[in-house]
Every structure is written in structure tokens, then in C-alpha cells.
Ligand binder design. Structure first.
Ligand SMILES: CC(C)(COP(=O)(O)OP(=O)(O)OC[C@H]1O[C@@H](n2cnc3c(N)ncnc32)[C@H](O)[C@@H]1OP(=O)(O)O)[C@@H](O)C(=O)NCCC(=O)NCCS
Length: 165
């Protein structure tokens, strides 16, 4: 486990797109490797995510609440939030879109720092895989509870549940 003092949280720039995409793919593989096909984590997936983040960080689709956690000069996690998307019936004005931390940094405090940086303690909603016990514990500690809404991650059998606070 890393010490909290070993990371810091900052807003990313366009040069951070590759590192953010890598964190996303590595963390997804570690968390959902048993639930999703390998096409979610292969070189093509990494290339697509990198292109998406490059475009996002350079353009108007950049989420206003977007932060990365850096440790020893490397991005080890990121989080983003904004108005609800991909939700036909949102119950909050703010949604946590992403929160991903490399496995070796879990328990370091960086996940908490990222959440606090993008939500600032505000009421919010988020979607998380039903089968993700660590994330559920983390969100419960932060006041999030399931409100009963469920959906499948598009094109997969992965069930996501909505949490709100
Ligand atoms: C979700 C995430 C950001 C949380 O950050 P973290 O540093 O791991 O979280 P913390 O260590 O602060 O808290 C994790 C909690 O889960 C608990 N926990 C750990 N493993 C667990 C398990 N298998 N089952 C249940 N609870 C578990 C810990 O004890 C801790 O709870 P506590 O503080 O009440 O004791 C991080 O785990 C992560 O990036 N996971 C992979 C990606 C992901 O799932 N993102 C969320 C998508 S919505």
C-alpha cells in the first residue's frame, strides 16, 4: 500500500491522453476481466480509447470536472463527472462518469482524493457493475446507496446498478 503523501491530484492536459487511456484499460482488465470479452482490453481497445481521450482533452467535450492522480511522475488514476449521460431518467443533476485507479494504488487514498476532487461532496449519481464489491464498499462509505435502477452495459451481460447520494 502506498502512502497518501506519494500522490497528488491535478487537472490533466492534452499530453495526458495516452496515460489516461492506459489506466482505463489496465484497470478495466483487472476489475472486469472475468465479466467482459478480451476485445475490451486488447491493443485495438487501447488505441480507440487513446484517440477518444486525445479528442476529448483537446476539444469542447472535455468534462469540466476531470482530475488525474499522479504518483512519482506517472498518472495512476483519474475521475470525471458532469451532467448525467446515458441515463433516460436521471435522478441527480451530477453524475460520476469515471473513477479508475491502478490496482497497485488501491487503498492509497488516491481514489478518495479523486472522488472528492470531482464531486466536492455534492449530491450525485453513478453507475457501477453489480459485481464489484470493493467499489460498492468505497461508495457506501461515501454515502452512496443503490436506488433500484439497473441496466446492462451496452452489448454485454454486465449488469450495472445506479447508486445515489
Ligand atoms: C473504486 C476505487 C476508485 C476505490 O478506491 P480504493 O483506493 O480501492 O478504495 P479504498 O481502499 O479507499 O476503499 C475500499 C473499501 O472496500 C473495502 N474492500 C476491499 N476489498 C473488498 C471486497 N472484496 N469486498 C468488499 N469490500 C472490499 C475496503 O476495506 C474499503 O472499505 P473500508 O474503507 O470501509 O474499509 C478503486 O478500487 C478502483 O479504481 N477500482 C477499480 C475500478 C472501479 O471499480 N471503479 C469504479 C467504477 S464505477
Amino acid at each position: 500500500m502506498r502512502e497518501a503523501s506519494e500522490f497528488h491530484v491535478r487537472a490533466p492536459g492534452p499530453a495526458d491522453a495516452d496515460a489516461i487511456a492506459r489506466v482505463l484499460i489496465v484497470t478495466w482488465r483487472a476489475t472486469y476481466g472475468h465479466l467482459l470479452p478480451s476485445s475490451f482490453f486488447d491493443d485495438d481497445a487501447l488505441e480507440q480509447r487513446t484517440a477518444m481521450w486525445r479528442s476529448m482533452l483537446n476539444g469542447p467535450r472535455r468534462p469540466p470536472r476531470l482530475r488525474v492522480a499522479e504518483a512519482h511522475g506517472e498518472i495512476v488514476g483519474f475521475a470525471s463527472a458532469g451532467i448525467p449521460i446515458d441515463d433516460e431518467d436521471p435522478v441527480r443533476d451530477l453524475q460520476l462518469y469515471t473513477l479508475y485507479l491502478l490496482p497497485e494504488h488501491h487503498g492509497s487514498g488516491a481514489g478518495q482524493a479523486l472522488l472528492d476532487a470531482v464531486l466536492a461532496g455534492d449530491r450525485a449519481q453513478l453507475w457501477v457493475a453489480e459485481d464489484n464489491p470493493r467499489a460498492h464498499s468505497f461508495y457506501r462509505r461515501n454515502g452512496f446507496l443503490p436506488d433500484g435502477a439497473e441496466k446492462n452495459y451496452p452489448g454485454t451481460a454486465l449488469v450495472e446498478v445506479r447508486l445515489v447520494r
